[in-house]
Design a protein around this ligand. Structure first.
Ligand code: MG
Length: 378
């Protein structure tokens, strides 16, 4: 029986993880649930999965009294504690943003298997996470579907035999092309394939999600930006591929359903029977691919963040997060998101070495800078 902690149990990935657990009760046990604020759903999850520990951000004594048998944790320290529980085997990290950064570090130090869905952690602190993982021998398994596929394709392959990897992109509602100036919030949130939270759906439409995934792949697989290709593949049946020196390409197919990568992580390194339907090739009408534009702004931003490193990826992530927030609030246009991110990145003076504490400070300042840019309409 594997004991599992889910950071972000009420989000899309968290709910999918619980569905995988629901169908695998013979081998998975929920020991901890953490969420930021959706207490109604959290209460239902507690009743169904009976975790020993629960985390939420702020102290709530009324909620605590409803569940006297559950140990409730709050605040930053609480999050670090639930991510490193002695009895836990696997920590699924799926709270968007950088708020779980210290918790992930504490899971690494406690030698947990980490199912990482929060790509921001690797984007802003990839070097720190990699250094810690080597030191403690931690096992980080990507939940992000493209990286999960590449990870699977790389199994049994020597690193020096890899020529290139490919991440696929469904292209979001605009097929990976720049949208018209007047794209509305409704157009942007209409993702053709994946059902996800609002932030990542907007990131799919701007292709910034893929920019972050290039950076994520760089840290996970130790490859430079030029060895990470992106293919627009609207059917989203192939999630990632590895091209080997001899010209052979290995790809991983599955229906576009996050339960596949999540199940892979929870059962790793085994392959157990699951109820998720495999692709039926006979009913597949077509598989189409086109190259993503490597001259586009999002690609340049990713390549620059990898090359210059230091504080730059932190600013890229923070500026984008704030710009997406402002777009969701109707304060800027869709096309304004990338413009503002570029301005914030250009005006930033890179700090070469950043600590964990620096990251939070740089994040805060970059978000302020974005708000200032919008206020002054520069
Ligand atoms: Mg992805």
């Amino acid at each position: 029986m594997k004991n599992i902690v889910i950071l972000g149990s009420t989000g899309t990935i968290g709910q999918n993880t619980l569905e995988v657990i629901r169908k695998g009760r013979d081998r998975f046990n929920v020991i901890g649930l953490a969420c930021r604020e959706n207490k109604d759903l959290l209460a239902r999850q507690i009743r169904e999965f009976r975790p020993e520990y629960v985390y939420f951000e702020k102290v709530d004594t009324v909620f605590e009294r409803r569940f006297p048998r559950v140990k409730i944790l709050c605040g930053d320290k609480g999050l670090e504690k639930i991510a490193s529980l002695k009895k836990a085997d696997i920590i699924i990290c799926a709270i968007p943003g950088i708020s779980t950064l210290k918790a992930v570090c504490s899971a690494i130090r406690s030698k947990k298997v980490i199912g990482l869905a929060t790509k921001e952690i690797l984007v802003v602190a990839g070097h720190i996470i990699n250094r810690l993982s080597r030191k403690y021998g931690a096992c980080i398994l990507p939940v992000d579907s493209e990286h999960n596929a590449v990870f699977q394709a790389l199994e049994g392959i020597k690193k020096e035999d890899v020529k290139k990897i490919y991440l696929t992109a469904s292209g979001g509602p605009f097929g990976g092309r720049p949208a018209g100036k007047n794209a509305t919030l409704k157009d942007v949130l209409k993702h053709p394939v994946w059902k996800m939270g609002k932030k990542i759906t907007v990131d799919s439409a701007t292709m910034m999600n893929k920019a972050f995934e290039i950076i994520e792949a760089h840290y996970l697989f130790g490859l430079p930006a030029e060895k990470i290709g992106v293919l627009i593949h609207p059917e989203a049946f192939i999630h990632g591929m590895v091209e080997l020196n001899d010209g052979t390409i290995k790809g991983v197919f599955s229906s576009p359903d996050m339960k596949f990568p999540i199940n892979f992580v929870l059962d790793y390194p085994r392959r157990k029977e699951t109820p998720w339907r495999p692709i039926d090739f006979s009913s597949m009408k077509k598989l189409t691919f086109s190259s993503a534009d490597r001259n586009s702004a999002w690609f340049s931003l990713a390549a620059e963040a990898i090359e210059k490193n230091g504080s730059l990826p932190v600013v890229l992530n923070a500026a984008n997060e704030e710009a997406v927030n402002l777009f969701l609030q109707g304060k800027i246009k869709f096309n304004g998101i990338i413009d503002i991110v570029q301005k914030a990145v250009r005006s930033h003076r890179i700090k070469k070495h950043v600590s964990l504490e620096d990251i939070f400070e740089i994040d805060r300042r970059a978000k302020n800078k974005v708000r200032e840019l919008v206020r002054t309409k520069l």
